[in-house]
Design a binder for this molecule. Structure first.
Ligand code: UD1
Ligand code: PEP
Length: 436
């Protein structure tokens, strides 16, 4: 279990460039299974989850070549499908959430897709019904081994169909889209998720020869094709990392420029941070955040009532930034209610912030009220363990703003989604040391 030691309380300064998006990378990597031709992918983040998926693809027989710092080629022309029956596959598949998205492509191209219950953050129940109900609608036979938590779908040939998803699941929509592109006939997916990750996936699949329309909306229409070809794809900057850096800059009173953010794909993210009173300026495609030496003041709603920040499927505000919003709010002027609607165990980490001196009332597992300190009392350094990726980065931000030396254990959770984070933070002045 790795550990960070962080000496907080001093502002950072400089420029930081976001990595490629973790959640997009996981979808795009699974899509390489849909063709026997070469797929080139640029801007792949070097993070634990992505590296685990690359290893899984390699074990499945995908020929992978690293052609640059963050660029790879993939050729899936001779897969070892017997690997899907192996103990090694059960271990690899359990290692991350994103592995679930190999099922759709394998089912579409080879008539069978299997997966053990995938890993990912322990942030509440994370059911997979939407994925498998979609495959069943496309004509697949489904089975589930309860003892081993092992899922399987099989079909000689998938047939296009109309489906109304029970929830706008991100990985579920990606999985069903990747199955439907090679199905016979037309598939209509209503209540589809439409995060930028999915828009990027659909655009990539269309470049490979798929016929998907409605990209960016919650109604996707897919005309199945017989075969897909190779392509070149570049992953967008990680919007969750960008949000993390905005929060970090404000809470540590740092002047920071976040480079090449692709503003057009940030949705509500800048607006929500501005509601917390954080100033951020658009400079070309960069975000400039001045040092918040006077702090930041939470806005109320127009009628004067207390601000609520909650998550929703895109174009709503992503749940993956709520832990950061909550943490940054602990030093704001004013109060805010954070309502995490999607995940039921993602707010328990506030205990650690309370230990550090933050004023937070955990109303129930989904809602927390934060009463900001306005920097009148800084957080106290402490020792903590990172329970999940976004709680982990939130605690790191809290430690950077706290006076004294904090210790964060279980930093694998942070490394799962943030590339080389200690070195990148050191480059802008953070005092952070990695202990193995
Ligand atoms: C690898 C990956 O891409 N992970 C992301 C993906 O996970 P993932 O695809 O696993 O998440 P889902 O979109 O399936 O669902 C997330 C949670 O929200 C609930 N839900 C979802 C949709 C909805 O309309 N109503 C609702 O309540 C689900 O029951 C579940 O508890 O999307 C999540 C939601 O943006 C993100 O937090 C994860 O970072
Ligand atoms: C919940 C997340 O990831 P995963 O779905 O991979 O657990 C996240 O990235 O915040």
């Amino acid at each position: 279990m790795g550990t960070f030691k962080i000496e907080g309380g001093a502002p950072l300064k400089g420029e930081i460039t976001p990595q490629g998006a973790k959640n997009e990378a996981l979808q795009i990597l699974c899509a390489v299974l849909l063709t026997d031709e070469k797929v080139t992918i640029h801007n792949i983040p070097n993070i634990i989850d992505v590296n685990k998926l690359i290893e899984l693809l390699e074990n499945l027989g995908v020929k992978i070549q690293k052609i640059g710092t963050s660029s790879y080629t993939f050729v899936s022309d001779d897969l070892h499908l017997e690997y899907l029956q192996s103990e090694q596959f059960k271990k690899d598949g359990r290692g991350l959430r994103g592995s679930i998205m190999i099922v759709g492509p394998l089912l579409a191209r080879f008539g069978k897709g299997y997966i053990p219950k995938p890993g990912g953050d322990k942030i509440g129940r994370r059911r997979l019904d939407t994925h498998f109900e979609g495959f069943i609608k496309l004509g697949a036979k489904f089975r589930y081994n309860r003892e081993e938590y092992f899922y399987g779908v099989e079909a000689k040939k998938l047939k296009g169909s109309y489906m109304l998803l029970d929830e706008a699941s991100v990985t579920g929509t990606a999985n069903i889209v990747m199955a439907a592109v090679l199905a016979e006939g037309k598939t209509t997916i209503y209540n589809a998720a439409c995060e930028p990750y999915l828009q990027q996936l659909c655009n990539m699949l269309n470049r490979m020869g798929a016929k998907i329309s409605g990209v960016g909306s919650n109604l996707l229409t897919i005309e199945g094709v017989d075969k897909l070809g190779g392509t070149v794809h570049t992953i967008l900057p990680d919007m969750i990392e960008i949000g993390s850096w905005i929060g970090m800059a404000a809470m540590t009173k740092s002047e920071l420029t976040i480079k090449n953010v692709q503003w057009d794909y940030l949705g509500q993210i800048p607006t929500v941070f501005r509601k917390l009173g954080i100033t951020l300026e658009r400079k070309g495609d960069d975000i400039y955040i001045p040092a918040h030496t006077e702090g930041y003041e939470v806005q109320n709603f127009i009628d004067g009532s207390i601000l609520t920040i909650s998550d929703a499927p895109w174009p709503g505000f992503t749940p993956d930034l709520l832990s950061i919003i909550l943490t940054v709010a602990t030093q704001a002027r004013g109060s805010v209610l954070v309502h995490q609607k999607m995940f039921e165990s993602r707010l328990f980490f506030v205990d650690k912030l309370i230990d550090m001196g933050a004023k937070i009332i955990l109303c129930d597992p989904h809602r927390a009220t934060v009463i900001g300190h306005d920097f009148k009392s800084t957080l106290k350094a402490t020792t903590m363990t990172s329970p999940d990726i976004r709680a982990g980065i939130s605690l790191l931000i809290a430690a950077l703003s706290a006076k004294g030396t904090s210790t964060i254990h279980n930093i694998e959770q942070i490394d799962r989604g943030y590339e080389n984070i200690d070195e990148r933070l050191k480059a802008i002045g953070a005092k952070i040391v990695r202990l193995d």
